[in-house]
Structures are given as structure tokens and as C-alpha cells.
Design a protein around this ligand. Structure first.
Ligand code: PEP
Length: 245
């Protein structure tokens, strides 16, 4: 089943929680799993609104530890306690803004699993790395460094997010996406012993979602900017309906 996940990033006030209502009451595309990842300040409001809807709720990051003296951080256990089922880890904005290394990201994946959450692990190359012909090697190294032992399809999802495609309106060519997704799928079969879903992320919009989601090996999308409006998010989800898993 395709997964369409919305990453709200640092956007949204209490009034924006109404978007969750709009997603909840809209006709649900068949065979598509939906997930919303609002900022932590909206998790409780979203949890109340989405309860019983089948729409998942995710955090955007977590600390590796369960509790302690870490001002401003949130643990995976806190996210689960607030109603989350998933957490995004290793997003390029975390890697860049907060200097997160693969080792740190790996510990966060383990924290997610400890708390019973599904980890959505983001990987992807910068434009300089793409232009230097290093995209596959960069992604392979990120996976090798950040996927802990014990990975399986039930608790890990990979998101391929080329850094240069995030929020830029640019997307890789279909051939580039398929090449990286195939490489990730092959590496993950080795690491997890079974297929793990691989999402594409980076400037997914209603206008390009059908084409991107139809590509072989694209098991869904991680959507940033276009997830903030329920209508756009639902249009992307609708584009996933009827596509092969
Ligand atoms: C993201 O940051 O996860 C993302 C995919 O952003 P956008 O869709 O805005 O490019």
C-alpha cells in the first residue's frame, strides 16, 4: 500500500489544526495510507481530531534517549504518548541545521523502535554530490550508517529526498528516481531481509504526483510544502490511488 506522509515542518498554529479535520472528513483514497506529521505543538490537537480515522500521526524528529536533561528535545516515548505512530528521522534539514550524523540518526531510529514507533528515515544527496556523480554512493553510505540491526518493513520506511529537490520546485528525472529507489530497495533487502517501503520526497505537488507515484519502486511520498493545505495533500493522495503498491 502506498504511503503519503505530510511533513509540516515548522509551520502551523492551533488554527491550522482545522486542516486535519478537512483531511479526516474528505473521501479517503482506497488503498492509500495517510500520515500527517505536524509540529510538536499540534500533535495533541491532531491526535484528537484524527482519532479513529485510520490516518496516522507522526513526529518530525526525536531524541535518542527516553528522558532526561535535554532542553527543548522530545523523546520517541513522548511522541508515542501524544498519539504518534511514526516519527521522521534524519531529515536533511535536521542533518544540516543540527549537525546530525548518521550515528545520531541511527540512535534515533533505535529510539523510535524502543517506543513502538515506525521510523521514516530520510536519505538523499546534495546538488554538489549529484553533480559529482556521487548520489548512489552518498545514499548507500547514509543507509549503511543509519539503519540499525533489526530493521523490517513493519517498523522502518525509507524516504529518498534529494536535498536539492526539497522546497525548490525541482525534481530529479524519472530515470534518476528509479535508479536511486532500486539501489535503496536492493540494499534494504540485504539489511532487513525483506522489502522495505521507499518513499520519494522533494517538491511533490498535485501536478506531478501521479507521474512520480507511478514510477517503479516509489512506494509513496513524503510531502513538505504541499501537505499544508488539505486539498493539495488529498489530491496527492488521490494520485496514489490505484497505483501498484
Ligand atoms: C520535505 O522536506 O520532506 C519535503 C519533501 O519538502 P517539499 O515537499 O516542500 O519539497
Amino acid at each position: 500500500m502506498k504511503l503519503i506522509a505530510g511533513n509540516w515542518k515548522m509551520n502551523g498554529l492551533q488554527a491550522s489544526a482545522a486542516e486535519a479535520d478537512a483531511v479526516r472528513v474528505a473521501p479517503r483514497p482506497r488503498g492509500v495510507e495517510l500520515l500527517l506529521c505536524p509540529p510538536a505543538t499540534l500533535l495533541a490537537a491532531f491526535a484528537g481530531r484524527l482519532a479513529g480515522s485510520g490516518i496516522g500521526l507522526g513526529g518530525q524528529d526525536c531524541h535518542a534517549l527516553a528522558s532526561g536533561a535535554h532542553t527543548g528535545d522530545l523523546s520517541a516515548e513522548m511522541l508515542a504518548d501524544a498519539g504518534a505512530s511514526h516519527v521522521i528521522v534524519g531529515h536533511s534539514e535536521r542533518r544540516m541545521d543540527h549537525g546530525e550524523t548518521d550515528a545520531i540518526v541511527r540512535a534515533k531510529v533505535q529510539a523510535a523502535w524502543r517506543a513502538g514507533l515506525v521510523a521514516i528515515l530520510c536519505v538523499g544527496e546534495t546538488l554538489a554530490q549529484r553533480e559529482a556523480g556521487q548520489a548512489l554512493a552518498v545514499v548507500a553510505a547514509q543507509l549503511a550508517g543509519s539503519v540499525p540491526p533489526g530493521a523490517n518493513a513493519a517498523r522502518l520506511v525509507i524516504a529518498y529526498e534529494p536535498v536539492w529537490a526539497i522546497g525548490s520546485g525541482l525534481t530529479p528525472t524519472p530515470e534518476q528516481i528509479v535508479e536511486v529507489h532500486q539501489a535503496i530497495a536492493g540494499q534494504m533487502r540485504g539489511l532487513a531481509g525483506e522489502p522495505v517501503r521507499v518513499l520519494y520526497g522533494g517538491s511533490v505537488k498535485p501536478g506531478n504526483a501521479a507521474e512520480l507515484l507511478a514510477l517503479p519502486g516509489v512506494d509513496g511520498a513524503l510531502v513538505g510544502g504541499a501537505s499544508l493545505k488539505a486539498g493539495d495533500f488529498l489530491a496527492i493522495a488521490a494520485a496514489a490511488q490505484g497505483q501498484t503498491p
